[in-house]
Design a binder for this molecule. Structure first.
Ligand code: APR
Length: 250
């Protein structure tokens, strides 16, 4: 009788187009809190997302929002990629579609153009004025307080996607297009509850892709899995990918 891991490896052995779709669980073992885990550390059980991750929250209290992101930035500055990031980076032809705003995949060695950040990047600030394209990278060890855009004077804010905001157009279109032509989607550490990103799993399945899910808790992603691998990404992903040379494009 094949174990689930053996069955998942047999699926990957078939080759074809494979991509990875990840969430906060991928970076949990590096020491970054997830958002919705049944754990007191989870961000949305400690903080109010409408206050800290929405345009309304920013406009009501911009200092508070910047303070909170700078607290997360100082945390990011301390952490390093874990074994799951490294195992994914050891697949140079694999495209990483991620909801994560951290740079741990890139730090592990994934080429930046192969990481589709659907929810933006916490390593950058951008102008809050939708007509201004000003953007700058942030010193994560010493992130600046709230300040004005040097180009238009509006406030700068983290270059992340807040609730109710649109995803970055071209990145989203490329992720959707890729999910329409996959043979296998590897889903790692996401509760698959935030749309439109979570919709990529259904989209891939609707276009004939098989789905492998890695997560300690089945949740919404697990219910869409052909093979569900229960456990931590840092343990399962290296064992799952070991010895393969996977590709997202033939
Ligand atoms: N390995 C694998 N998965 C894990 C691990 C681990 N070590 N630890 C936790 N998980 C799983 C949880 O079981 C859960 O299914 O990771 C998932 C984390 O879910 P969320 O906290 O909801 O994070 P995510 O799905 O990335 O959230 C989506 O919501 O708050 C917004 O913009 C934010 O990008 C984020 C989006």
């Amino acid at each position: 009788m094949k174990t689930d891991l053996q069955a998942a490896r047999a699926l990957l052995e078939r080759g074809g187009r494979v991509a990875a779709f990840s969430g906060a669980g991928l970076s949990a073992e590096s020491g970054l809190s997830t958002f919705r885990d049944p754990d007191p550390d989870a961000l949305w059980s400690r903080f109010d997302p409408t206050e800290l991750a929405s345009v309304e929250g920013f406009e009501a209290n911009p200092e508070r929002v910047i303070e909170w992101y700078n607290w997360r930035r100082s945390r990011h500055a301390e952490v390093r990629p874990n074994a799951a990031h490294r195992a994914l980076a050891a697949q140079p032809r694999l495209i990483q579609i991620t909801q994560n705003v951290d740079s741990l995949l890139e730090q592990a060695g994934v080429e930046p153009e192969r990481v589709f950040h659907l929810h933006g990047s916490i390593l950058h600030d951008r102008c809050h004025n939708p007509a201004c394209s000003y953007r700058e990278s942030i010193d994560m060890h010493d992130p600046p307080p709230l300040r004005a855009c040097p180009r238009c004077g509006e406030r700068l804010r983290p270059a992340v996607v807040w609730f109710g905001e649109a995803l970055p157009g071209s990145t989203w279109q490329r992720a959707e297009a890729l999910c329409r032509r996959l043979d296998c989607l590897l889903v790692i550490g996401t509760s698959a509850t935030v749309y439109p990103a979570a919709g990529l799993i259904e989209l891939a399945r609707a276009h004939g892709s098989r789905v492998i899910v890695v997560d300690p808790n089945p949740g919404a992603a697990g219910s869409q899995a052909d093979i569900f691998l229960a456990g931590a990404a840092g343990v399962i992903v290296p064992a799952l990918l070991d010895g393969f040379d996977l590709a997202s494009e033939p």
